[in-house]
Design a protein. Structure first.
Length: 147
């Protein structure tokens, strides 16, 4: 049973996500409302997947969680947010994004795709409505000077 971490400051949404995931055979290892709560849960439970809201309590960003999870382990990171147009997410911060509002079936399918990306490196369709794979990180190139 895959373990899922949820980072969501809206407790009603977090409860709905938890209910949907447990109904579909996932084990929810915790709900964090802040970056520090979510990272503490990640250290305790070593999740396989994470569903992260972009905007968390106290003005924090879910990308702080995503970057740390991607950097330290093979956790599949899915952002579930209504604020996707405000941020330019890349694969350095996670694997995919699902736009709110979404249906429970879309969330479950999105996590299946993300788990596939982590396991095989490939995203296998069909993709749910409002889903997108995060593009590779852009490399900043410094200008080359020739003397």
């Amino acid at each position: 049973m895959p373990r899922v971490l949820i980072a969501e400051d809206d407790l009603m949404i977090a409860d709905l996500v938890e209910g949907t995931l447990t109904e579909h055979g996932y084990e929810v290892c915790g709900i964090g409302r802040t970056v520090s709560e979510a990272l503490s849960l990640a250290r305790l439970f070593d999740p396989d997947l994470a569903v992260l809201d972009l905007r968390l309590a106290d003005g924090e960003l879910g990308t702080e969680i995503g970057c740390r999870l991607i950097g330290r382990s093979r956790v599949g990171v899915l952002y579930a947010t209504a604020n996707i147009s405000e941020v330019d997410l890349t694969a350095a911060q996670g694997h995919a994004c699902l736009t709110k509002p979404y249906r429970g079936a879309d969330l479950v399918r999105a996590l299946e795709v993300v788990a596939g990306i982590v396991a095989t490196g490939e995203a296998i369709p069909p993709f749910p409505r409002g889903f997108r794979i995060l593009p590779p990180a852009r490399i900043k190139r410094e200008p080359i000077t020739i003397d």
